[in-house]
Ligand binder design. Structure first.
Ligand code: RAM
Length: 336
């Protein structure tokens, strides 16, 4: 998809949700769909929520329940899943804090007739019908390395500041990075540490400062989390390390704009979280309305995003991550 088309679609999304309510009232709703995120108070999931609201409004027969624990833990999500089962919701669309720990609770939900999908951060196959990835995980991992390699001239010490140690999505991307690092193309890069800020700003900030202290020759931090990259950029700025330690990874343009301008964050990329939330909620509706089975090797209609193709593994990927820079950050920062 071209950036222009993508931006146009995003604009539609923002305008549509700014003036309309989220889906229909509980009494009128045919389906109650819960969007269960890793944690509340994360700008990435706020944007996904906005997209979910848009889908609910467009479909007209969904009541969307946006929920998540305050801290990104599997225990917090299990508690919420049990309460959603008791409320007899029709579908749970979840970004998981752990691939395996949530399986029993999600299986229980499925046994009670609840449709379970995972998006963003997946659950192991046994716990969901299928998983929606924002992009191909291999591509996301590789892109992080290509960005960092370009920035530091292909040579030097790098570290990863991730989300939680159990996060399915970040762990997959980190594994891809480790595999790619063995290739001659990245022979000059030395991964000296992987630390976890738990998608909490203060912990991520402390971990970033810890990396500067522990590795005085550190050239770059890759933070494949919107919370981590913002904290690392702040730490680099506060410690007067701009130009010495580069920060790259996955960031929201709205949270990154100032750091892009100051040069604290060099290349950075993301996908459109509004489109991701919209797609996830729309896909759940397609299953509930029997417009799709969700089985491997089939397609699921997802409204303005077209259709999702589920592969033989039960995974469906959306588009390529998009790189933003000084020239376009302000434009995208208006949307998410
Ligand atoms: C954080 C979360 C989310 C991830 C983004 C990039 O907001 O960890 O799961 O997809 O970063």
């Amino acid at each position: 998809m071209t950036t222009k088309k993508w931006l146009r679609m995003t604009t539609v999304a923002v305008l549509a949700t700014a003036c309309m309510s989220a889906g229909v009232a509980a009494a009128e709703a045919k389906y109650r769909v819960a969007l269960l995120v890793k944690n509340l108070g994360n700008g990435f999931f706020d944007a996904a929520h906005q997209g979910g609201d848009e889908a609910a409004k467009e479909l007209g027969d969904i009541q969307l329940i946006y929920t998540g624990p305050t801290a990104p833990t599997a225990e917090g999500q299990i508690e919420i899943i049990n309460s959603l089962i008791a409320q007899k919701v029709d579908a749970i669309v979840i970004s998981a804090n752990d691939p395996d720990a949530l399986v029993p609770a999600c299986k229980k939900a499925a046994q009670r007739g609840i449709t379970v999908l995972s998006f963003d951060s997946g659950i192991a196959k046994a716990g969901r019908t299928f998983q929606i990835n924002p992009s191909n995980p291999e591509l996301i991992g590789l892109k992080q390395l290509q960005m960092v390699s370009k920035t530091i001239g292909g040579k030097g010490e790098i570290a990863i500041l991730s989300a939680t140690a159990q996060a399915t999505n970040q762990n997959k991307w980190i594994q891809v990075m480790k595999d790619e690092l063995k290739k001659p193309e990245f022979a000059g890069l030395k991964l000296v540490d992987v630390v976890y800020g738990d998608d909490q700003s203060d912990k991520s900030y402390r971990e970033a400062v810890g990396l500067f202290r522990k590795h005085p020759d550190l050239k770059a931090i890759i933070a494949p989390t919107t919370v981590g990259i913002t904290a690392a950029a702040k730490a680099v700025t506060d410690q007067k390390l701009i130009g010495k330690v580069f920060v790259t990874g996955l960031g929201l343009p709205s949270e990154m704009a100032g750091y892009v301008r100051s040069g604290a964050v060099e290349p950075r990329s993301i996908w459109n979280p509004i489109d991701l939330g919209y797609t996830a909620v729309y896909a759940a509706h397609s299953l509930l309305a029997k417009k799709a089975t969700g089985k491997p090797d089939t397609k699921v209609p997802v409204g303005r995003m077209g259709s999702l193709k589920i592969d033989s593994n039960g995974d469906a990927a959306m588009s390529e991550p998009f790189v933003f820079d000084k020239a376009n950050v302000e434009k995208f920062a208006k949307f998410f």
